[in-house]
Design a protein around this ligand. Sequence first.
Ligand SMILES: Nc1ncnc2c1ncn2[C@@H]1O[C@H](COP(=O)(O)OP(=O)(O)OP(=O)(O)O)[C@@H](O)[C@H]1O
Ligand SMILES: [Mg+2]
Length: 313
Amino acid sequence: MNNNKKNINNHLVIDVSHINKSFSGKPAVVDFSLQVATGEICGFLGPNGSGKTTTLRMICGLLIPDSGEGHCLGYDILTESYAIKSQVGYMTQSFSLYHDLTAYENLDFIARIYQIPHRKRAIADCIKTFNLTERQNQITGSLSGGWKQRLALAGCLLHQPKLLLLDEPTAGVDPKARREFWDEIHKLSARDITTLVSTHYMDEAERCTKLAYISYGQLLAQGTVEQIIQQSGLHTWSISGEHLIQLEDLLRNKPGVEQIAFFGTRLHVCGSNDELLTQTIQSLAMPAFECTKITPGLEDVFISLVGKTKNRD
Ligand SMILES: Nc1ncnc2c1ncn2[C@@H]1O[C@H](COP(=O)(O)OP(=O)(O)OP(=O)(O)O)[C@@H](O)[C@H]1O
Ligand SMILES: [Mg+2]
């Protein structure tokens, strides 16, 4: 209980240090540390297979780390997993709904598992909050992706957790439903409910109060969007004009050019050596192109970070 007190005083809902996990000798999460304070919305990003789900499972006590230590909601992740599991709202990557039950029956099932007091009342409130009234008697398997997501989030919140761990909750969901989902997360944050949410979407990353970026199991960057961009030391030029495909060919492997990507009608050219990159861009000296120095986007930064970990192998 002393530990519990310590973390609550520090307002840290998640506080894990140097955790590791391997599967059959293959490292999935390596020396990972993360702190998330009460009410924060922490976005968890990284390529496929980088260790996001494994980390979320360790934080909520479903998987025990091979080494390292940490607390979640003040409970020890190594020894108090039962308490953590009962107080966290965990939305898995596959939503974990029973497709042959109705929406209502899914919520009722979850409410019974958690032994929620005044179950019927709690479900009715939840249905109202999430606008599920017209869908409550529909078979879950026949709901669209957006409604399944809404139902899964409703199910996560039934037992009124103080922490939500959401694993790619918006994958395959349309922009309107995604926006509604994020509005809901921000409303919860205002009520001091903390969220750690994995996503591959950059626009969603920008809605978070803090980000953590993982690649090959290693945490490569954390902080606000602005901090991550600033710490990256990446410089970016945005180029517009005709024949950008040919320009891309021309620029590839030129001094200072580390990555090139198309963004609509513009080309982003990035590198960590500002001087070399600028010289290369200026050497283009073609009036057909308009070159502007810009602040790198999160995607530019993350692609650059992945490149750096690959090079470390
Ligand atoms: N139960 C398991 N048994 C064996 N290997 C596993 C297991 N779970 C995860 N892994 C491996 O651990 C690594 C990290 O996987 P994880 O699912 O955590 O990545 P992720 O970042 O969530 O990926 P995605 O974005 O595709 O969901 C991968 O190499 C994966 O194959
Ligand atoms: Mg995953």
